[in-house]
Design a binder for this molecule. Structure first.
Ligand SMILES: [Zn+2]
Ligand SMILES: [Zn+2]
Length: 795
């Protein structure tokens, strides 16, 4: 470890070094310069607007008392649109004051009409509690704001239903509590004027598709009582927020995106860890000898070519803490956050014994007491450095940070800016550093700063037509009131088919007055339950509950033999009991990490849409996928070297989902110079990189999607690359990929071509979850394949 020894350590309360100076010192420490781009995001003066004339004096006075002198222009604009009855989404940056945009029209209406009510939805209880405090502090007569969620005592619920005119809740409570109990809520719903949906970009994928239907059910109940509320949504910045908000609500929505709030300046550096010297020991010599068909036990697989982002981030964290700079490092995985904290602690202790104690790790899965203690220590300056997963992104208000390190692109621009926005106390300049991981998307971004600092392209996607979501939601709706033909229009594409299926399954009965739910019990539908119940991680010797892991990732993270890290302590999994929903672990600190892999089989069910582009075809359709976590690799933590690959015996997962795929004619490949023996490696490499780049276009995670490539697929009878949604029924990701195919594949091609490696590496065409051991892969032929596709595909 090359961190220099710190001379002095400040208490972390005084002003830190200027960001530009700090960055200069950080980048001077290694051999080469790892910084590919520095963007000085300048401080911006706000553009205030006059109070809208319709805002009552009482409300203005109350807001003024709370320190709001005048609204910013975007707040006034969105508020006035909502006041005029337009559904509106305000999509501006972190801390741009989006809440005033809905508070103004909502509270003005409550003051003007003593009967009117407002419903506010937040993705988390913590955020709803924050908003409750903000509204309650205005002390407006007769508004009686109240949270109504799982924590609300029974005794208070009836009072809230009868008397509160500003109810704050979450989609789960709306789904499980308010809509089923609509009779008790009729007074509230009848007078509902505004529905506020905060942080609406979090409603994406399958969860977002569920929420979309919960909102349609809400609109349906309101309509039965004669109310037509206006929807006001707040979103992080994204591509096309109006379309996303329209899909979520099923209504035409106007977007306000021009941010007129003031902000402090940020020096934002893009950081690409250096290539390792060829003799660093972790890379075996590149020989041409291994047969390309060798599928496992391979040694040239996932060779480490770059210094790891975790190591780089740990060093940066140690360096900034040594400078007395209060720093938060965001790391995508819980494992990663633990590793960054442990490495930073070690190098700080090497420099000044005891200094390592001022660095800690934080992640969402911790038990509540542990979380509170860490938050407190950071606020008081006992801690100078914290490595965290994105658990800190929402709801928790940490202030006074001087620098933010972002280890790996967090998947969305919204998250990136939310994380970077943590830096900077009271208008001071702050430093943000994005450290690229070994990943095609990260590689692309550090070489294409315009994709980060230019106009947003990624969109929040959801797919309300997913029949695995639609059918259960229609069942819930039918319990609330019989379904009518008009409802089929409200619930949109696929609703009629879903109703027919429910009738055929005996769940609904058709009568002249509509479709009726036939059972006594309500259907059990969990909005977030797609991945199965969470798995409890339990220490065998003590029975202590260490935390939980969601069911969908448990095969990857908690398979027998997996190394599981918790608060810097390393555990090894003895047993994963899927039936009982727990994993038994013991304390052990091996010097390797574990990486699970899966294999996939796929068949085409139907084609929804296609583009015939001569030798190239681009398709969107339904597919059946069987995937199974089959093995895991052990890799040395220090070097990334592969020790071995071990088999696993876990059940396969079957899903019907949505895929995008492209085919090429063998002739076009031959013409482009791809030898027929190299076709599998070319397609496979293109598939890996294409999966890696999809999060550029749609807010999804690499783990939300899967892929398959083959030189001849039985259903397409041609060389084919498939990319599919990893959720039953699809979540909108493949559809977005299809809709932006040429931009998506252009970025994929550039990411591969721009990677500095010679034959392919994890930053371009290798995938950490490849079940075929990243074999075969051909980097140059993948570029040829994508060139053929791009040359033929219409823009
Ligand atoms: Zn590469
Ligand atoms: Zn693969």
């Amino acid at each position: 470890m090359e961190s220099s020894s710190p001379a002095t350590v400040s208490a972390g309360h005084g002003p830190g070094p200027a960001p530009a100076d700090l960055l200069r010192r950080l980048r001077a420490r290694g051999a080469g310069d790892p910084v590919t781009h520095v963007e000085r995001v300048p401080a911006r003066a706000g553009v205030p607007a006059p109070w809208p004339s319709w805002a009552p004096a009482e409300l203005r006075a109350a807001l003024t008392r709370r320190g709001v002198v005048a609204p910013w222009q975007h707040q006034a604009q969105a508020a006035t649109l909502a006041r005029e009855g337009e559904h509106v989404v305000i999509a501006t940056g972190t801390a741009s004051g989006k809440s005033l945009a809905y508070q103004l029209p909502a509270l003005a209406t409550l003051l003007a009409d003593p009967r009117a009510t407002v419903l506010y939805l937040a993705p988390t209880k913590a955020l709803a509690a924050d908003q409750l405090r903000a509204v309650a502090a205005l002390e407006l007569e007769g508004v009686r704001p109240a949270c109504y969620d799982g924590d609300t005592p029974r005794a208070e619920r009836e009072w809230i239903r009868r008397h509160s005119r500003f109810v704050l809740t979450n989609p789960d409570m709306l789904h499980h509590g308010i809509l089923p109990g609509h009779a008790q809520w009729s007074g509230f719903l009848r007078r509902l004027t505004y529905v506020v949906i905060d942080e609406c970009h979090t409603y994406r994928g399958v969860f977002g598709s569920h929420v979309a239907h919960v909102l349609r059910r809400l609109r349906r109940q309101c309509a039965r009582f004669g109310a037509t509320p206006v929807f006001v949504l707040a979103s992080a910045t994204s591509g096309d927020p109006a379309t996303a908000a329209g899909r979520l609500t099923g209504l035409p929505v106007t977007a306000v995106t021009e941010d007129a709030s003031p902000r402090g300046g940020v020096t934002f550096a893009l950081w690409e860890p250096p290539l390792l010297p060829p003799d660093s020991g972790s890379a075996p010599p590149d020989s041409a000898s291994p047969a390309p068909s060798q599928a496992s036990g391979d040694h040239d697989d996932l060779r480490q070519v770059r210094r790891s982002a975790l190591r780089e981030t740990a060093d940066l964290l140690a360096d900034t803490v040594a400078e007395g700079v209060r720093t938060l490092a965001f790391v995508r995985s819980r494992k990663g956050a633990e590793v960054v904290a442990a490495n930073a602690r070690r190098s700080l202790d090497d420099a000044v014994p005891g200094l390592g104690g001022r660095v800690a790790a934080y992640r969402g899965g911790y038990l509540r007491e542990e979380r509170r203690e860490l938050e407190r220590a950071l606020l008081h300056g006992d801690l100078l450095g914290l490595a965290s997963t994105n658990a800190l992104e929402l709801g928790v208000d940490l202030v006074g940070l001087d620098a933010v390190l972002i280890c790996g692109y967090p998947g969305t621009r919204a998250s990136l800016w939310q994380q970077a926005g943590r830096a900077g106390r009271s208008g001071q300049e702050a430093l943000a550093v994005l450290v690229a991981r070994d990943d095609p998307l990260d590689t692309y971004l550090v070489h294409h700063p315009e994709a980060i600092f230019g106009a947003p392209v990624e969109a929040t996607v959801l797919d309300p037509a997913n029949r695995y979501v639609l059918a259960p939601q229609l069942a819930c709706a039918a319990v609330e009131a019989p379904l009518t033909p008009a409802d089929l229009v409200l619930f949109g594409d696929g609703a009629k088919e879903a109703v027919d299926e429910l009738v055929a399954a005996g769940a609904l009965r058709q009568r002249p007055t509509g479709w009726y739910w036939r059972h006594r019990e309500r259907p059990e539908v969990d909005l977030r339950g797609e991945g199965g119940a969470p798995i409890a991680v339990v220490e065998s010797s003590t029975g202590r509950l260490l935390g939980t892991v969601d069911g969908g990732s448990s095969h990857f993270l908690l398979h027998p033999g997996a190394v599981y890290l918790h608060q810097g302590v390393s555990y090894v999994v003895d047993e994963l009991d899927l039936a009982d929903g727990c994993a038994l672990v013991h304390v052990e600190e091996p010097d390797w990490s574990t990486h699970a892999r899966d294999v996939t089989d796929l068949s085409v069910v139907s084609v929804r849409s296609y583009v015939d582009a001569g030798p190239v075809g681009m398709f969107l359709g339904e597919v059946d996928v069987t995937s199974q976590v089959v093995s895991y690799q052990r890799r040395r933590i220090a070097t990334g070297e592969v020790i071995d690959t071990r088999p696993l015996d876990l059940p396969a997962r079957e899903l019907r989902t949505v895929a995008v795929w492209f085919t090429l004619s063998p002739q076009s490949l031959a013409l482009a110079g791809v030898q027929s023996a190299d076709v599998p490696g070319a397609l496979h490499a293109a598939e890996h990189a294409a999966i890696g780049l999809l999060p550029l276009m749609a807010t999804c995670d690499r783990w939300d999607i899967g892929g398959l490539s083959t030189a001849v697929h039985a259903d397409t009878e041609a060389p084919t690359v498939f990319v599919y949604d990893g959720h039953p029924g699809g979540a909108g990701f493949a559809e977005r990929a299809y809709g932006t195919a040429s931009a998506w594949l252009r970025a994929t091609r550039d990411a591969i071509a721009e990677c500095g490696c010679e034959t392919g590496c994890p930053s371009c065409v290798q995938s950490p979850k490849c079940g075929n051991g990243n074999n075969p892969l051909s980097k140059p032929d993948a570029i040829r394949v994508l060139d053929v596709v791009l040359a033929n595909l219409p823009e």
